[in-house]
Design a protein. Sequence first.
Length: 269
Amino acid sequence: MADLLALAPHRSTTAALLAGAARERGMDVTVLPRDGAPVRPPAGTRAYYYGGPLFAASAVGRLGAALLGTALLEPADDWLDALPYAFTGRHVRCVPLSEARRAQGPLFVKPPTDKSFPAAVHADGSALPAPSGTEDDPLVQVSEVVTWVKEFRLHLLDGEIRTGSQYATFGRLDVAPLAGHADEPAVRAFARRLAEAYADTLPSGVVLDVGLMRGAGDAGDGRWAVVEANMAWFSNVYAADPARALDVVLRSAGPGTAVRVRDSRFRRM
């Protein structure tokens, strides 16, 4: 039985790295056509996906039979605001966009999982985009403004760090492998505490961003906290090991028939 990694047509360094790792393990790789032309892999092919959610949604119903069975796993929109303060280090809430537009600031606002508008700090909610229709009032994540000293991306498989990378310092791109990093022990210890308590609230294949945070009441270097959780099938690997990251991507966006019972509630509809 053949395995196929199907990539969205948008080109990226991460897609190229994952494609190389897939080919090294004997997988076929294809770039899905923008025009929706059918993809017909050989019968019995197990199809996996990497790319954006908007393209994935538009492709449903137009792809070959194997790709129609691909299940995309994602964290719940309200996952972060359901965590206790001990892990977030700040007050986070998920509210309708229309409500966020009336909020007083300063505040940090972002879409919970997709990238429908840029995550940013706002003086108040009035600068946020208006809902696109009378019945379209998506949830957005609102939190108090904090400073992220360092941020790390962790690819988790069954609650364990498969690979990881630093990706920012003080909000600016600053990439370095997690392996051998001076903060690796602290990052792993924090992720382990989180997984021990809340691994069952995330898909078994997921990306977790954590960081060293300074809030209004924090002294010294600050505290370790969760930045957010993301879909592994739509996340930059930065300086992480592509082959190990691919393990997580394949779990997060693979054949629907292989989805574990514990992951069924995380399937993107």
